[in-house]
Design a protein. Structure first.
Length: 254
């Protein structure tokens, strides 16, 4: 494993250097600063790549829930960090809602997680919030059609297992905080994907949870004061999203 780590370190360093630096010797030794214990970092990276879809994140809890009779009205929240950070027990007390959000994930990773993290838990419904990290290219560049295909695949799997579907419109972002979010998630791309989600929902008899309208201001940005980084809702933001989610869930389970 250490040899693999050394190879990864060398590869990363070689790829990070400009072509001119790789092609000649230098008169002075003045390397850039690197993280402490870089071999350890490389080993961790190699380990993480073995579970690229992060199936291990909820594996043990999935096994626990599979052994229990499914609760009436069980809903799985599938998504990225906006879902991951959401304390469902706090905002939906007494509800059989299960959080299966993983920070940083894209729709292609969630497709692979559908069976273990959703279908095997036999929920009545799944509520999907996904796509902002696809726009940010977290797993590489994608076309809008590629993101749409992943959402279609998730919905088709849910539909084939008689699981009701709630599709969430992506939340807006802002540059009101120190973080500049519009560089990685252009508002125009968020609007394009939201328009498609809204138009696609009837095809799979899905309810739409309009998170976008709940958080957007008159400038098309995430309302000032409802996020600490311009991307993730804070407590005030989640207070606005909770009734939107609850209304969509109730409509889906009627």
């Amino acid at each position: 494993m250490y040899n693999a780590a050394k190879f990864l370190v060398g590869l990363c360093l070689s790829l990070c250097l400009p072509l001119s630096a790789r092609a000649q010797l230098v008169p002075d030794f003045n390397p850039p600063a690197v993280p402490c214990c870089l071999p350890r970092v490389a080993i961790q990276l190699a380990d993480d790549l073995q579970d690229w879809n992060q199936l291990g994140r909820y594996h043990q809890d999935d096994l626990r829930l599979e052994k229990l009779p499914p609760e009436s009205g069980r809903v799985v929240f599938l998504g990225d960090s906006i879902t991951d950070r959401w304390d469902l027990a706090k905002y939906f007390p007494g509800k059989p809602y299960i959080n299966r959000g993983i920070g940083g994930q894209t729709t292609m990773q969630m497709v692979v997680r559908m069976h273990p993290d959703v279908i095997h838990l036999r929920p009545a419904a799944v509520i999907l919030l996904a796509g902002t990290n696809d726009i940010a290219r977290n797993t590489g560049p994608e076309t809008l059609e590629m993101v749409e295909d992943n959402i279609r695949a998730i919905c088709e799997m849910a539909e084939s297992h008689n699981i009701k579907i709630i599709l969430c419109l992506l939340t807006p972002i802002s540059d009101y905080t120190k973080a500049v979010q519009t560089e990685h998630r252009p508002p125009a791309d968020i609007i394009r994907l939201n328009r498609w989600i809204d138009s696609y929902a009837p095809d799979v008899h899905a309810q739409v949870a309009d998170y976008y309208s709940a958080l957007v201001d008159d400038k098309g940005m995430l309302r000032d004061g409802y996020s600490d980084d311009g991307l993730h809702p804070n407590d005030q933001g989640y207070k606005l999203l909770a009734p939107v989610a609850e209304a969509a869930i109730e409509a889906a389970l009627k």
